[in-house]
Design a protein around this ligand. Structure first.
Ligand SMILES: Cc1cc2nc3c(=O)[nH]c(=O)nc-3n(C[C@H](O)[C@H](O)[C@H](O)COP(=O)(O)OP(=O)(O)OC[C@H]3O[C@@H](n4cnc5c(N)ncnc54)[C@H](O)[C@@H]3O)c2cc1C
Length: 395
């Protein structure tokens, strides 16, 4: 049997998901190229919350959320610790009616999918979960005890290990430096470890895709938005189990005894140079680098909703770059260069979307069949300026 030679560029949560699903096809010969270590890019900086009741991915994509959640929980059940699941539950607070409607729908979807969830209007009931919240002007809150957050770097390493066991070559410290194209088709790559012949190269290089796309002459419609994180160490221990906490503009989760807090990615404005631009991810420090505006933003939010968290010291902070297209949705599948396939643009949702992207891109590469998700999110939906050309369902 002649095997299809497939390279995957990038060993983050998307690349390792794609690699894992490709490894299940007997007629695929797969090589994963990661220039650093597995799960060391944006993935390492992630909150990796994967809540069932959440506004981060529209309900049009409910099956994407559910498949991702159940896939990771399945890894954890198979091998405890392999996905780093912390089942803390999620509390999502509704300050206005449109958001409340969204949460009510999420509660219905969660229950219909076989999980526990409820919507609470009684402030006393909400305060049983987080006693220090300030609920003035709040309409209610959704609660799901069955979800929480994962460890995205752990998942990437688990998937890379499984792929290796299934025969994939996982090459770390291996940078794709050039992509060879002949007659409009990918034929191989040049790396710091030598040349590799390929039939297909899947680009899963997260924020680096902006530069890697140029290796085949394509300007990809990706911006970087800054994901700024504070790890707050409360002066006095909170004294209660801290769930994932979501508001429309920010979210938090526990980080051992501390609190990990971040600005919601859908609040990022691609036209605001404080929020978005094109930067070099190789120049990002491991820690530090947060902007003063972020502290101003966060302290205002905490003052309004959770003043007790202002009584905390800052234990750590960092910045990650989310790879974000203009419609905040991934870019999947074919490009004008035959064999150069995209699994990019997951922005603030790559952990949630990783398994569906992995499954569907693997199927597309191996069979040519496009799932509804791949059809919905093609590169061709953008014009030359990266603006969305078409809205609604894509052909
Ligand atoms: C602070 C923060 C909080 C977040 N919270 C959540 C959350 O709660 N839930 C959620 O679902 N998502 C969240 N996200 C988003 C999520 O983490 C990202 O969408 C996801 O990690 C992106 O994964 P990726 O595989 O596309 O990119 P990356 O993890 O960046 O991986 C790309 C990899 O490609 C490699 N690479 C680049 N160029 C080359 C090359 N030429 N050759 C070889 N290798 C190369 C890089 O070294 C890197 O390892 C968050 C992100 C941040 C920063």
């Amino acid at each position: 049997m002649t095997k299809k030679k497939i390279g995957v560029m990038g060993g983050g949560i998307l690349g390792t998901n794609v690699t894992h699903f490709l490894s299940q096809y007997p007629d695929a010969e797969v090589i994963l190229f990661e220039k650093n270590t597995i799960g060391s890019g944006t993935t390492a900086k992630s909150a990796a919350t994967h809540c069932l009741i959440d506004d981060s991915v529209a309900h049009e994509f409910w099956s994407v959320r559910l498949f991702g959640f159940e896939f990771y929980v399945g890894l954890e059940e198979e091998e405890p610790g392999s996905a780093g699941f912390e089942k803390t539950g999620t509390l999502i607070v509704a300050p206005y009616e449109e958001y409340e409607d969204y949460i009510l729908q999420a509660v219905d979807l969660t229950i219909a999918s076989g999980y526990e969830a409820k919507y609470m209007r009684d402030p006393e009931e909400i305060l049983e979960i987080i006693p220090d919240l300030k609920l003035d002007g709040i309409l209610g809150a959704g609660w799901c005890p069955d979800d929480g957050f994962f460890d995205a770097t752990m998942i990437s390493n688990t998937l890379a290990r499984k792929a290796r066991e299934a025969g994939v070559q996982v090459l770390i410290g291996t940078e794709v430096q050039a992509i060879n194209v002949k007659d409009g088709k990918v034929t191989g790559v040049e790396t710091n470890k030598g040349h590799f012949d390929l039939d297909v190269l899947v680009d899963a290089s997260g924020p680096w895709t902006k530069f890697n796309g140029k290796k085949v002459g394509i300007e990809l419609p990706i911006w970087h938005t800054k994901a700024e994180v504070f790890i707050l160490n409360p002066t006095e221990k909170l004294g209660y189990e801290f769930p994932v906490l979501k508001y429309p503009r920010f979210y938090a989760r526990k980080d051992k005894d501390n609190v990990f807090i971040c600005k919601a990615h859908l609040t990022m404005d691609l036209n605001n140079p404080e929020h978005a631009g094109v930067w070099n991810p190789d120049e990002l420090p491991l820690t530090g680098g947060t902007d003063p505006y972020f502290w101003d933003f966060l302290s205002e939010e905490l003052m309004e909703h959770y003043p007790r968290l202002l009584e905390a010291s800052l234990d750590n902070d960092w910045v990650g770059y989310r790879a974000e297209p203009a419609d905040y949705l991934p870019v999947l599948g074919e490009t004008p260069v035959e064999g150069y396939v995209l699994a990019i643009g997951a922005g603030g949702n790559g952990v949630i979307e990783g398994p569906t992207i992995g499954r569907d891109i693997a199927k597309y590469v191996m069979t040519g069949e496009k799932s509804w998700y791949v059809k919905r999110l093609p590169l061709s939906r953008f014009d030359e300026d990266g603006e969305v050309r078409m809205v609604g369902l894509q052909k």
